[in-house]
Design a protein around this ligand. Structure first.
Ligand code: PLP
Length: 473
């Protein structure tokens, strides 16, 4: 860095030399007392030369009142990252006396480990370009059919109906099943809010029930207690990749004549007693948001074995338009379609889903090996009969969860608290049936990064140390 620091009284030739030798292609100007003045980029240099300046021009003459965005020593990496944009690529770091001590340059992999990120290293771009070149960029095209068929097949189901996201997939499923005003739908307390929002948007009444301590999925005993003569459906959520007890749930549904919509947004490919999640319910829904197990950017899918439901969903997804009479509408529908561009990405993702699962579970195993101490963190359970998949790395900590998240953040490691208990939020509280265990898990749960390609052990050890500092007395 020393070579790229230059006095404001220097001339243009000196700054060209400084920029040329600087690794980042910029120079730092300092005042004669050595305090920081500003950043000088090769863009600044071009602009000065274009104003027909001579190489002997003194910088101080032209440049005295330029200022730069700077940071103080010890500032939070995330704060620095927030200040990086197209114009600000480098942030000089100054000590208390205004002397340059370092600079921050955003390098994704070194400074920041996101909780999850899409893995687009297969044929995603190739198929995307192919779809683009075909000019079928809206919701018709070869990739849509291919993705729907192949994904349904992957889920061991017959029909796939792609949607614009995972939330509307749930809404579409509810509408296709004729669920609406006056109907009750039982959902778990621990889930992403999309589950309950979709029920509310269908004008039905959600009934929020508690989860099980061991695997955090919906408690079938609580479902039993919550069933009333208004109950029409259950939405089990395979939360954090963990399959629900689908045998008991399907049995309850059969007994009480209820529909089952599996929310599989976080569990593509997970299995219960050897059968894929999504293959049990009347309709099952998936999300392909960028942080899910596989992605289409935004996107979702309903799968079913029932052709009538398949056709209902196709009509409702396309404005409720008659399939035989163009622009004739027998009912009020929606535009919930996925684009061929999204489906193209989806096809490439699906080709690699087992590879993605392996990478994710490999990372999870690494965590479990390096942090094998229940006083630090309790990892999500692997249970008999359940083949969970790794979405995010999940565990519960007995103390200081939020402080741990804060300290990880300072080290550039992204982490998340679990979803809040739905029943704890004022907007959803009116629909609460039970959430005793869920409240507890929600307050202790933490999600850690799953996609790590560099310095994995080092990062996990950093996490371990932060856990140690905050959970041990
Ligand atoms: C992500 C998610 C959804 C919604 O998916 P989007 O594609 O983001 O609309 C629904 N349910 C659960 C459990 C989710 O995690």
């Amino acid at each position: 860095m020393k070579d790229s620091i230059i006095n404001i009284d220097s001339d243009l030739i000196a700054i060209i030399e400084a920029i040329n030798s600087a690794p980042a292609g910029i120079a730092f100007l300092v005042n004669s007392n050595n305090t920081f003045h500003s950043v000088f980029t090769d863009g600044d240099l071009r602009r000065m030369l274009l104003k027909e300046k001579k190489l002997s021009t003194k910088l101080s003459v032209e440049y005295h009142n330029k200022s730069s965005i700077t940071a103080k020593e010890g500032e939070d990496i995330f704060e620095l990252m927030n200040r990086i944009n197209v114009k600000v690529q480098i942030i000089p770091i100054l000590d208390d006396h205004g002397v340059l001590v370092d600079y921050f340059e955003y390098k994704h992999k070194t400074h920041f480990t996101p909780i999850a990120e899409p893995d687009l290293t297969g044929k995603e771009l190739e198929y995307l370009v192919d779809a683009f070149s075909s000019t079928w960029i809206s919701s018709r095209g070869a990739y849509i059919d291919k993705f729907e068929n192949e994904f349904a097949n992957y889920c061991e189901t017959t029909y796939g109906v792609s949607t614009s996201n995972g939330t509307v997939a749930i809404h579409l499923a509810l509408k296709a099943l004729g669920i609406g005003e006056g109907d009750e739908v039982i959902i778990p307390d621990l889930t992403f809010a999309a589950t309950i929002n979709a029920v509310l948007h269908a004008n039905a009444t959600p009934v929020i029930v508690d989860i099980k301590e061991d695997d955090w999925t919906i408690d079938s005993n609580e479902i039993k207690k919550a069933i009333s003569n208004k109950t029409k459906a259950i939405i089990p959520v395979h939360v954090y990749g963990q399959p629900c007890d689908m045998d008991i749930i399907m049995q309850l549904a059969k007994q009480h004549n209820l529909f089952v919509i599996e929310d599989c947004a976080e569990a593509h490919g997970a299995e219960f007693k050897g059968a894929k999640v999504g293959s049990f319910g009347d309709i099952s829904t998936f999300s392909f948001f960028a942080n899910k197990i596989i992605t289409t950017g935004e996107g979702g899918m309903c799968v079913t074995n029932n052709d009538q439901l398949n056709q209902r969903m196709r009509i409702l997804r396309d404005h409720g338009m008659s399939t035989t009479k163009k622009y004739w509408h027998d009912e009020v529908g929606y535009n919930y379609r996925m684009t061929n561009l999204q489906a193209a990405i989806g096809c490439a993702q699906l080709e690699r889903i087992s590879e993605i699962h392996q990478l994710n579970s490999g990372t999870e195993n690494n965590y479990r090996k390096l942090i094998n101490d229940k006083t630090l963190i309790n990892w999500q359970n692997n249970l008999e009969n359940k083949n969970k998949v790794t979405w995010l790395i999940c565990g519960t900590v007995d103390k200081n969860r939020d402080k741990i998240i804060e300290e990880l953040r300072k080290k550039g490691i992204d982490s998340r608290p679990f979803f809040f208990s739905l029943g704890d939020m004022p907007v959803y509280k009116p629909y609460l049936f039970s959430n005793k265990i869920s409240k507890k898990i929600a307050a202790k749960g933490i999600n850690l990064p799953v996609k790590m390609t560099e310095a994995i052990d080092e990062k996990i050890n950093t996490i371990k140390n932060i856990l140690k500092e905050n959970t041990l007395n």
